[in-house]
Design a binder for this molecule. Structure first.
Ligand SMILES: Nc1ncnc2c1ncn2[C@@H]1O[C@H](COP(=O)(O)OP(=O)(O)OP(=O)(O)O)[C@@H](O)[C@H]1O
Ligand SMILES: [Mg+2]
Length: 412
């Protein structure tokens, strides 16, 4: 569109010069002077033809943003040169005043508005001042003046068109850039989500392996050692049966951990699951075990049940491995908007401060940390109270409303 406008402009200039030459020849102008003046005019025009076009960079008083410049640019100076060449041609033959229409058009888009108007008025003065046959009439002033105003208005309109075009181009460019940026961000986000998912899955696996398989193996190991040590055949058979049960449960848990299924004991609810693992614990270790229930804990969200069961399993494994206790009590209690699980033993206890300082995962010490993290993910927490010689109390709590939301978010 803009290029077509420029072509029309060039064609108009050529046509007006041609009319000038034809009329000059008809009115008997001096041919050598005419050829010189026209050659200069066309040559000067050709040199700056690109500038004379209205395209981007062609209209030099349009900045990239489409705003008007206030100073005369290179195109403006070229145009002033063109006006001089035209004045020379008019001096050779007044018939060249026709070219003024082209000059007014160019003035509109090559010069800052005010300078453009001033130069146009000068050109108008030259046109009007030419010797009119039969003296100057009102029509001979008004005609060119209307032509000038029309040309200026036309180039102004053209200008707005160019500005719109530039603005649109800028908008499209920035839209495309924004879209590309969004795509990159999308890809990054997907990658972050993917790696977060991988990490969460790894954490889930390692915690579940710790709370089920590792504890199963350690219980099998203890039972097997007891079997090796005993001479009593009945005791041996009992230990073997316990080993078999532990191994079968371990196998089942292994399949569930890998398949990310709910823990097997939970199929009939948290309290029953706790009762079962405490009974097993008592029969295998000889430590007296008891489950207490306070309040209504029948309808807990599954994520909360899984977390509390794992915490209990991990705590009972600690009692078995570290406490040398004679009894352990597991309590599930429902408060107004949270649920609590306590595992309290009367064993030898330990110094919690030392553990906090030296908590080293590579040498065990994973269990309490994993339990705490599991509970935090549900908005809850873990308290461990212990002193050497004074038993240990592990207390887990999970707020109920929040836990359900977090669990749903984690898709657990
Ligand atoms: N009931 C308890 N009685 C005595 N000491 C305990 C008891 N529970 C935990 N501890 C002490 O706290 C430490 C940390 O327990 P945690 O369960 O985090 O790790 P771990 O049992 O040593 O190893 P892991 O659980 O990773 O197999 C234990 O090593 C033990 O010293
Ligand atoms: Mg442990």
């Amino acid at each position: 569109m803009i290029r077509r406008l420029a072509l029309v402009q060039h064609a108009l200039f050529l046509a007006l010069v041609t009319i000038g030459v034809w009329r000059a020849l008809a009115t008997g102008a001096a041919v050598p002077a005419l050829v010189g003046a026209v050659a200069l005019l066309l040559l000067w025009y050709a040199v700056g033809a690109r500038r004379a076009s209205a395209g981007p960079g062609g209209g030099p008083h349009l900045s990239a943003g489409g705003g008007a410049q206030r100073r005369v640019g290179p195109g403006g100076w070229w145009f002033l040169g063109l006006v001089l060449a035209w004045l020379l041609a008019v001096a050779v033959s007044p018939e060249f005043i026709w070219v003024a229409f082209s000059l007014w058009l160019l003035a509109g888009h090559l010069l800052p508005f005010r300078v453009g108007v001033a130069v146009s008025v000068v050109v108008l003065a030259v046109v009007v001042a030419r010797p009119w046959p039969g003296g100057l009439t009102v029509a001979e002033v008004v005609g060119p003046a209307v032509g000038m105003v029309f040309a200026l208005a036309l180039s102004r309109g053209q200008q707005l068109l160019v500005r719109d075009g530039l603005e649109r181009e800028r908008l499209v460019t920035s839209l495309v850039a924004a879209q590309e940026e969004t795509e990159v961000l999308h890809a990054e986000l997907a990658e972050v989500q993917r790696s977060a998912g991988v990490l969460a899955e790894r954490t889930r696996l390692s915690r579940d392996i710790h709370d089920t398989l590792a504890q199963g193996f350690s219980s099998i190991l203890l039972l097997a050692r007891a079997g090796v040590a005993t001479q009593d055949q009945a005791a041996e058979r009992r230990l073997l049966a316990q080993i078999e049960t532990s191994a079968a449960e371990g196998l089942d848990e292994a399949r569930r951990v890998v398949g990310a299924l709910a823990p097997a004991p939970l199929e009939s609810g948290l309290v029953e699951a706790l009762t079962r693992i405490v009974e097993r614990f008592a029969s295998e270790t000889g430590v007296a075990g008891e489950v207490r229930v306070e309040g209504d804990v029948a309808a807990l969200p599954p994520v909360v049940e899984v977390a509390l069961l794992r915490v209990a399993q991990s705590a009972l494994a600690n009692v078995r491995q570290h406490a040398r206790a004679s009894s352990v009590v597991v309590t599930v209690a429902e408060a107004e908007d949270s649920v609590r699980l306590d595992v309290v033993d009367d064993g030898r206890g330990f110094d919690t401060a030392t553990l906090a300082r030296t908590g080293d995962v590579s040498r065990g010490g994973y269990g309490l940390r994993a339990s705490r993290q599991r509970l935090r993910e549900l908005g809850g927490g873990l308290d461990v109270e212990s002193e050497p010689g004074a038993g240990t109390a592990v207390s887990a709590s999970v707020p109920l409303a929040q836990a359900t939301d977090a669990g749903q978010e984690a898709g657990a």
